[in-house]
Structures are given as C-alpha cells and as structure tokens.
Design a binder for this molecule. Structure first.
Ligand code: SF4
Ligand code: SF4
Length: 173
C-alpha cells in the first residue's frame, strides 16, 4: 500500500509554511533558494493550500493505488515505486494528460532544474531521499499534516472501527 501525507482541515491555519518548505526541499542541490527566487526561479511547491471562505487546507497527491495519472500517461512516466506514485522526468513529454486525469488536482507542471525552460509532470514524492521525512509535516506550526504509511493507516482504521463498534453498542468511546 502507498503512503500519503494528509492534512487535518480543522487544524490548518492557512499560513502556507508547508508550501515554502516543500519548495525548499526540492531546490537543486547547492542552490541558494533566496538567490534563485531573486533571479526569477519559480515558486513550485508540490502541495497547494486552498482557501475558500473560512477554509484553508493543503491539497496534495493521495498516491492512488490505481493511479489515474499513471493510467493516462502515454509514455509510462508515472509509476509506482512501491511507496508512492513516482515520476520518471526523463520520460515525461509534458503532454498534461496526468493533470486532466487527477481527481484531486494534485498534478502540476513543474520546472526542470536540469533543463531550463522545460516543465514536466510534478507531484508530491513524500520527500523521497529526505532522511527526516516530509518537509511540510516538519514545518507545520499547527501540527496539521500527517504522514500516513501503511502501518499508520492500519492504526487509524482500527481506532475508527473501535469507535464505530462502541457507538453501535451505545457505549462511550
Ligand atoms: S503549514 Fe500547516 S497550518 Fe500552515 S498552511 Fe500548511 S498545513 Fe496549514
Ligand atoms: S511530503 Fe514533501 S513533496 Fe510531499 S507535499 Fe510534503 S514537502 Fe512536498
């Protein structure tokens, strides 16, 4: 089962620190993010804080098991790496079929550092290669982001089943 980062909408305060942390976590090796921004580098987070009325909540890839983006990709650039849905940027032609297919709007076209001017499919990669885990989760001041790996999802489901069973039995959780 794929892992995923999910937000608790009731905790999110809409500060967008997660967007900044995500962008910095994916800056090119050796790049000074501040200077890159001054030079016009794109602000390219892999999650987007959506605001609507009093609501603020980040939206990012759900790492679908049967990923519509991967099914729509004509070049096989999207695939499961066993933990998440990954992108082979070398195989991406930028056709945007994945953007049209994603049910949560989590796909984006992001700049490719190794090829200025070119954009390829980009998405949450769970901060693969970052030993301490998701940068967005680490920086969130409200504790609104959670990494749900298969074990965490199992615990979540078990806790909800227990609550449901107690509610059915008329007992306090
Ligand atoms: S850092 Fe946390 S509180 Fe701030 S916008 Fe992101 S999820 Fe919401
Ligand atoms: S887990 Fe990493 S790549 Fe995914 S949204 Fe958070 S910071 Fe961005």
């Amino acid at each position: 089962m794929h892992a995923m980062v999910l937000a608790d909408a009731e905790r999110c305060i809409g500060c967008r620190a997660c967007e900044i942390a995500c962008t910095l976590a994916h800056a090119a090796t050796g790049e000074d993010p501040g200077r890159a921004a001054e030079a016009g580098a794109a602000f390219a987070p892999r999650l987007t804080v959506v605001r609507d009325g009093g609501l603020a909540v980040p939206v990012q890839c759900r790492q679908c098991e049967a990923a519509p983006c991967a099914a729509a990709c004509p070049t096989g650039a999207l695939y499961s790496d066993g933990r998440s849905v990954a992108v082979n940027t070398a195989a991406c032609t930028g056709c945007k079929a994945c953007l049209a297919a994603c049910p949560v709007g989590a796909m984006d076209m992001l700049p490719l550092a190794s090829l200025p001017g070119r954009k390829v499919a980009g998405k949450c990669d769970l901060c693969a290669g970052r030993p301490s885990g998701p940068a967005c989760q680490a920086v969130c001041p409200a504790g609104a982001l959670f990494l749900h790996d298969p074990q965490a999802l199992g615990r979540l489901c078990a806790a909800r089943r227990r609550r449901a069973a107690l509610a059915c039995a008329g007992a306090a959780p």
